[in-house]
Design a protein around this ligand. Structure first.
Ligand code: 2M8
Length: 447
């Protein structure tokens, strides 16, 4: 069937196509983030991909996380990219220069930063899916949860130790890429302080060659800053404390903080089911509590919208991005503030904007001066972020919002192209087609 120019697939057909994307992008031990643009494993993509895979084959799903965790750094960090042999991506491992870092894993080449810690959430989802499927699948998932527990604890411990900022309590990031929302207007002000000098080694971008329209990607000026930060990280030898001391970009990220709170609580629940030591569970819950408090304290006193914090300038960053709703992921707000946030989210500046094809929030409010409906993290809708909010709503007992996000998310993706992101008014898929995490969350919505 077709709605206007847009093809619309029925659910069964859409699920079959999503499964095909995951199979096509599978190299055997990892599913690449997308076929051409991202031919490697990304940390938070892998988490979402694994829970999509759980609907096809639970053993394959746990293998995905196993591959990622086997590239964990000795200090506990889960790196943001695990490189495959393919060198068709920039910056690749040579540019990162992580081979010289003593903390790096010896069996894999990786980048030297991290991404939002959604992995415990994926594990939870895999266990729940497997338990619904069969006893045998439940056994596979639970055995893996026991196997993965130490790695996940060390990962959360790394964040708690090195990234919970004394200045604002939020989890800090040292590169916009660590937020997962690379060129979001959230980072415009902090990036002004990142001034590449003549020492920036020359480079050639590859990403802009792999999308239909390079204007859907960050600018060259932004890439200079991204690469300059890598130069600084490299010079700091990727030692976590030195990195935090020397990076020109140091920002408390309220979205990562809320994800960390939610994932730490989720991991603690998994630990309780596995009879993990009480002290380890309590430690996770205390990290969750600290992160939740910090997310709450970030909220603007009048609007209730959550904010990031620029540690170098000591300023709160007010940006009309989806991250402003982060406390809804982890809780901790007074009921009134929470209600106000929901009203804003449902209102005309967000999901309730009358022009949207699907009633789910865009990455930036269409009412914001920063909004660009076609530009990456500056306006398009991202199914994967919608999934995360929807899942959290379900956990928190907000079933109506959860099922609304699911139905509208499916509607957005029903053209079957599994775009990386979508133009919110027309539903045109943008960025990479056949993006694995889009296929994975659509599969999860449909199963
Ligand atoms: C995008 O980021 C990478 C850099 O990490 C890139 O632009 O090359 C982001 O959307 C990020 O959140 C995502 O994990 C990655 C792979 O899908 O692509």
């Amino acid at each position: 069937t077709a709605a206007g120019n847009r093809t619309v697939h029925r659910p069964a057909n859409l699920a079959a196509r999503a499964a095909m994307v995951l199979r096509d992008n599978d190299t055997g031990t990892l599913v690449t983030a997308s076929p051409r643009l991202y031919p490697h494993m990304w940390s938070w993509d892998a988490a979402f991909i694994s829970m999509g895979l759980a609907h096809l084959d639970v053993s394959r799903a746990v293998q995905e996380l196993r591959t990622l965790f086997s590239a964990q750094w000795h200090d506990g960090m889960i790196p943001h990219i695990v490189f495959t042999g393919d060198d068709d991506y920039f910056p690749g491992p040579d540019r990162w220069g992580t081979d010289d870092a003593p903390q790096r894993p010896h069996n894999a080449r990786t980048s030297g930063i991290c991404q939002p810690p959604v992995h415990a959430i994926a594990l939870r989802r895999i266990i729940d899916t497997a338990r619904r499927t069969s006893e045998a699948d439940a056994g596979i998932a639970e055995d893996f949860a026991r196997e993965a527990w130490p790695a996940l604890r060390r990962w959360h411990g790394w964040i708690a130790r090195h990234r919970m900022s004394e200045a604002c309590g939020l989890v800090t990031i040292v590169h916009g890429w660590e937020s997962g929302m690379d060129n979001s207007p959230r980072w415009d002000a902090p990036y002004l302080a990142v001034q590449p000098d003549a020492d920036l080694p020359p480079y050639v971008r590859l990403d802009t060659l792999k999308v239909d329209d390079p204007r859907q990607r960050p600018s060259d000026d932004e890439y200079d800053r991204y690469l300059w930060l890598i130069e600084q990280l490299r010079r700091a030898g990727y030692y976590p404390d030195k990195v935090v001391e020397t990076s020109a970009f140091l920002v408390g990220d309220v979205f990562v903080t809320a994800v960390f709170a939610l994932a730490s609580e989720t991991l603690a629940d998994i630990g309780a089911e596995l009879d993990a030591p009480a002290s380890e569970i309590a430690e996770l819950r205390s990290w969750a509590g600290r992160a939740r408090d910090a997310a709450r304290r970030s909220c603007h006193p009048e609007t209730g919208m959550a904010r990031d914090y620029d540690v170098h300038t000591g300023t709160w960053l007010d940006t009309e991005s989806l991250a402003a709703f982060s406390p809804l992921l982890c809780g901790g707000l007074p009921t009134e503030t929470e209600q106000r946030l929901f009203d804003t989210l449902d209102g005309p500046g967000w999901s309730g904007h009358p022009g949207l094809l699907a009633a789910v929030p865009p990455s930036v409010s269409p009412h914001s001066g920063d909004f660009d409906p076609r530009l990456y993290w500056r306006g398009p809708q991202w199914p994967v972020v919608i999934w995360l909010f929807g899942w959290a709503f379900e956990q928190r007992g907000w079933q109506r919002h959860a099922s609304e996000f699911r139905a509208q998310g499916v509607h957005l993706a029903s053209d079957g192209s599994f775009g990386e992101y979508y133009e919110p008014f027309t539903g045109e898929p943008l960025g990479s087609p056949n993006q694995s995490w889009t296929a994975a969350v659509v599969l999860d919505w449909l199963c």
